[in-house]
Design a protein around this ligand. Structure first.
Ligand code: SF4
Ligand code: SF4
Length: 371
């Protein structure tokens, strides 16, 4: 067991937790959560560990990542301790702790810090893009103030730090998740079967659906295409589809002048999914339709808006290419689209986005230990 740290409660509130120390351990939250089982007593267990400051237990937990932030537990808490927000805050804390540079900590805990880092990345990426076209009029003007090599190399360094941070975070998480405290905890399953279960969850979001289909869920009677699991599914697959389409374009040297080119079709479908999912998520947060959507941090707004802008500007460019419309405005849209897309890739390591690789990893070890 790790050392007890009473100051931890104050620290975790900076990551978005509410007054979780008001919890009197009644267990309602655990009873109402459709994703807990005999092996995963959350969120109550985590609240207890957070109150005592047992950080290592939390960072070594696979169960933390089983929660999909539906907020049902917060609705039923008699003490307004916000167990759902608490779980989300703990995941932010875990992401920040696995990542080595400290940037994630800064961005999660301080809004000004978040704005400075995001703007710095945008500026640098904007400049970096001009180093890819050194003959451009704007590039020549820019390089008269800032040497080409400095900008180009800084861009490469930032991308390398991002890649290394992702790799480091994954290694740290694996080390923590595989710490064995008890012989009974030893891996029982077969790796292939656990991998297939993770793939199935990514493809279908079946566990997330469980939250939306609970008897007392606000979403129970809503059509599936409006339910949070589908919103999440659309954003995730939209983003993955666009990433694959971009890589294919690049590898196949696709002239991208026809909307019927296979990678263009993939890009169009993925873009539709992304814009659909992000539009619904933004709408739900603006209207605060449920408790889970009523607290949106600056980082969440920025993340959603970046995804939405990347999707909309992508369609703008697709239409202008199809119409051979070579106007200045289209070049500006291209610049915005490229900067935002690259920024999303950079933020992959330093934001909530990182759950895209931490959650599947935790699910894999969870399935492997509980077969
Ligand atoms: S429902 Fe609220 S008071 Fe009861 S255990 Fe959960 S967080 Fe604590
Ligand atoms: S937010 Fe939803 S999934 Fe997460 S612990 Fe609460 S009820 Fe369970």
């Amino acid at each position: 067991m790790s050392r007890i740290d009473p100051g931890f409660a104050t620290e975790i509130k900076k990551y978005g937790a509410k007054d979780f120390t008001a919890c009197f351990n009644c267990g309602n939250c655990t009873a109402v959560c459709g994703l807990t089982d005999k092996n995963a007593n959350f969120p109550r267990m985590f609240i207890r560990q957070g109150t005592l400051g047992q950080k290592e237990e939390i960072l070594q937990s696979k169960e933390l990542w089983l929660c999909y932030a539906c907020g049902d537990c917060s609705d039923t808490c008699p003490r307004q301790a916000g167990p759902g927000d608490y779980m989300a805050a703990m995941r932010r804390y875990a992401i920040a702790s696995y990542e080595p540079t400290g940037l994630t900590k800064l961005m999660f805990k301080s809004n000004p810090g978040f704005i400075v880092v995001t703007l710095f990345f945008s500026l640098l990426l904007g400049f970096f893009l001009f180093t890819l076209k050194p003959g451009h009029e704007v590039s020549r003007w820019l390089f008269s103030f800032l040497p080409y090599e400095v900008i180009h190399n800084m861009g490469l360094v930032i991308f390398s730090i991002t890649g290394l941070s992702v790799a480091w975070g994954i290694v740290v998480m694996v080390i923590k998740l595989t710490k064995i405290h008890d012989k009974k905890e030893k891996s029982k399953g077969n790796w292939l079967s656990s991998l297939l279960k993770v793939a199935n969850e990514i493809a279908t979001m079946n566990r997330y659906k469980t939250c939306d289909e609970e008897e007392d869920s606000f979403w129970k009677d809503k059509p599936w295409y409006k339910q949070p699991w589908f919103v999440h599914w659309s954003i995730m697959w939209g983003f993955i589809g666009l990433l694959v389409a971009t890589v294919l374009d690049f590898m196949l040297k696709d002239p991208a002048t026809s909307i019927w080119w296979p990678s263009r079709i993939l890009g169009t479908l993925a873009g539709l999914l992304l814009v659909y999912g992000t539009s619904l998520a933004i709408n739900y947060r603006l209207k605060k339709v449920t408790k889970a959507y009523s607290e949106t941090r600056l980082a969440d707004w920025t993340f959603l808006l970046f995804l939405w802008i990347a999707g909309i500007t992508g369609f703008w460019l697709e239409i202008s290419v199809a119409l051979h419309a070579n106007y200045l405005v289209n070049h500006i849209v291209l610049l915005i689209h490229t900067i935002i897309s690259m920024e999303l890739v950079l933020l992959f390591a330093f934001s909530k986005f990182a759950h895209a690789f931490y959650r599947p990893l935790a699910l894999f070890f969870y399935f492997n230990n509980n077969q």
